[in-house]
Structure formats: structure tokens, C-alpha cells
Design a protein around this ligand. Structure first.
Ligand code: ISE
Length: 335
């Protein structure tokens, strides 16, 4: 295959960043089509990248000029576009979350299973981050012994006005839900959310911060601070505690400065910068895999597994009890 012809649905911040990445950073693909609910912006982006503007995501997916699709529209629209891609037999890289609810994810899993081949990859880009990969290698090597605990934190500098209390979990916390499951290579048994004193810099009515507590099937306990208004930067921390040692996610690209009586390093302010290399690797590997007709990145099943945990956490926050996380049976396609 020559260059993979990609259509991008969603030309907001992350969509434009992926279009830049496909055009200028990775090889083997080009953006030929774009669409967005905000047609004016989509038209501008189409012109800038010499791509064709489509009136709707559905028309873009159906176009014979599009080989594969990237979905970066709002979370609630992911499921319908991914389902349309499966119906059209096209590969799709969908940003996280795969859908806003586990029920919608399961529909995607069912459609893909019926199609009989993996077409869907979910944008859990942290799995491509060198830091997380090194963390997983240490766990697998047995050096720290069997994992017992994960302490993690997910701090955004500030949040967009549209953020809701559920999005704190399903849009931001979802990365932590996925990455802990991937690091430990096991599913969850139960989850709980704790809430407390509110950050006065967060939007009124937004429950922020929230503490997500998860327990895996073997009993590993995970605590995650999800804090959308740290006020100082985008800060992602993760420490795995094992039976005989611990391993911690490194801060990326850091130089340590000693000056004026201080020892300091810079903290990123945006997630797109913090994980820029992971996104680049994710996209290059996806394009290579699509061209070989064999996608193997985070699957629709991974998208579903993260969302079923997110659903339980949201329910727990509303009911103030520990919620069981009950996963459907994993179809053969994902074993
Ligand atoms: C955003 O949508 C992302 O996906 C970022 O990776 C995440 O860290 C941030 O909290 C979300 O708002």
C-alpha cells in the first residue's frame, strides 16, 4: 500500500495535533479528509492540510477515498463513529474513552466480534510511553517482587469549562484505570470514589479532586488522585509497591537545576506535551499495523474494560459504597 489515506473526525485541539503529527512527524500516511461539528474550523483545517472537508463523520467514513479513520470528536460521539467504521470494514483509531458508558463499549465489542477481525484501536497512548514501558519491564522482571499497591496521581493544571464530575473519571481518570490494568496485567474486582474538600479554583458544582480506589482480582490496591485544577502544571505520578521493592514513573525530559538557593526542574503544563513522544510512537505503530492488516494496540476490549470500571466508580461516588466491577466474558477475538 502507498500512503495510508486517513480521515480525521474531530478537529478540536487533539484532532489538530494528530493531523500535524500524521502530516509532519510520522511516515507512511497522510490526512485526506476531515470533518467536525464545528464546520468552520474543519474547513480551515481542510484547507491548511490540503484535505477534503466532509459535512458529516458518516460521509467521511463511507468515502472510498478514506482507508482508515481517526476519531477525536467529543466522547459521546465516539461509539456511533466507531460502529460506522466497523460496518464499513475500516480500521479506526478512537481516542479514549472508547465510549461514555460500558454499555456502548460492549456494543462495539459485539459488532467487532461479529465482523470477526480487529479493526478498532483505542487511544490509550500511555502504553507507548517509555517511562510506563520501563515500569512494566521492572514489574515483569520480578525485581520488586509481586506488586501489592499502586499510588498514582493525575493532575491537570486547569480544566475546560465543559468538564463534569463524571468526566473527571471517564475522561481523565480513565488513563489511570487502563494503565494500572495494563501494568498489572489483571482485571478489577471493585472500585470506590472518595470526595472531600473542593478546590475553589474548579468550576462551581464540579466535584474536584476525587480519589479513585480500585482493587484487582488478586487483591492489588490502587489509589489515584484525580485533580483537575492543580494550579501548577500537568503532573502524572505512579509508584508500584511490590513485596521487596518499589518502582516509580520518571518525570520526562527533566534537567535538574541548582541555582539561587533552589534545586528545581520544569513541570509540563499540557498533556499533549507531556506525552508527545508516546503519541508519536502510538500513531507510527498504528499506521504500520494497519498497512500490514493486523492491528495489535489497545483493543475495544481494553476500552470496554476501562469503561466498566469507570461506570462502577461513578456509581460508587453517587452511592458512597464500594461497587463490584463485573466484566462480561472476554470473546475469543481478544484472548
Ligand atoms: C484529556 O482529555 C486527556 O486525554 C489527557 O490525557 C488527560 O490527562 C486529561 O486529564 C484529559 O482532560
Amino acid at each position: 500500500m502507498n500512503e495510508l489515506r486517513i480521515g480525521v473526525i474531530g478537529t478540536g485541539g487533539i484532532g489538530r495535533d494528530h493531523i500535524r503529527r500524521i502530516t509532519h512527524v510520522i511516515t507512511g500516511a497522510k490526512v485526506v479528509a476531515v470533518s467536525d461539528i464545528n464546520k468552520r474550523v474543519a474547513k480551515e483545517v481542510a484547507q491548511q492540510y490540503d484535505a477534503k472537508f466532509y459535512d458529516s463523520g458518516e460521509e467521511l467514513i463511507a468515502s472510498p477515498e478514506v482507508d482508515a479513520v481517526v476519531v477525536t470528536s467529543s466522547d459521546q460521539t465516539h461509539a456511533k463513529y466507531v460502529l460506522a467504521c466497523i460496518a464499513a470494514g475500516k480500521y479506526v483509531l478512537c481516542e479514549k474513552p472508547l465510549a461514555s458508558t460500558a454499555k456502548d463499549c460492549l456494543e462495539i465489542v459485539k459488532a467487532e466480534t461479529a465482523y470477526g477481525k480487529r479493526l478498532v484501536q483505542v487511544g490509550f497512548m500511555r502504553r507507548f510511553d517509555r517511562g510506563y514501558q520501563a515500569l512494566k519491564e521492572v514489574i515483569k522482571s520480578g525485581k520488586i517482587g509481586a506488586p501489592l499497591l499502586i499510588h498514582a496521581c493525575h493532575r491537570n493544571r486547569s480544566h475546560i469549562p465543559e468538564f463534569t464530575s463524571d468526566m473527571v473519571i471517564v475522561t481523565s481518570g480513565i488513563h489511570e484505570i487502563d494503565i494500572s490494568r495494563w501494568l498489572l496485567d489483571e482485571d478489577y474486582e471493585s472500585g470506590q470514589v472518595l470526595t472531600g474538600k473542593q478546590n475553589r479554583n474548579s468550576k462551581a458544582g464540579l466535584i474536584d479532586p476525587q480519589i479513585m480506589l480500585l482493587k484487582t482480582k488478586s487483591g492489588v490496591l490502587i489509589d489515584v488522585e484525580v485533580n483537575l485544577c492543580s494550579g501548577y502544571g500537568y503532573d502524572i505520578q505512579c509508584e508500584v509497591v511490590g513485596e521487596k521493592g518499589t518502582v516509580r514513573l520518571p518525570d520526562p525530559n527533566t534537567v535538574l537545576v541548582r541555582s539561587e538557593g533552589q534545586h528545581s526542574y520544569e513541570i509540563y503544563s499540557e498533556w499533549s506535551e507531556r506525552f508527545i513522544e508516546a503519541y508519536d510512537i502510538e500513531f507510527q505503530q498504528w499506521v504500520n499495523a494497519v498497512k500490514k492488516d493486523a492491528v495489535d494496540g489497545p483493543s475495544a476490549w481494553d476500552g470496554y474494560s476501562a469503561c466498566i470500571a469507570a461506570d462502577a466508580l461513578i456509581k460508587s461516588r453517587n452511592n458512597s459504597i464500594v461497587e463490584p466491577i463485573i466484566t462480561a466474558e472476554r470473546p475469543q477475538l481478544y484472548k
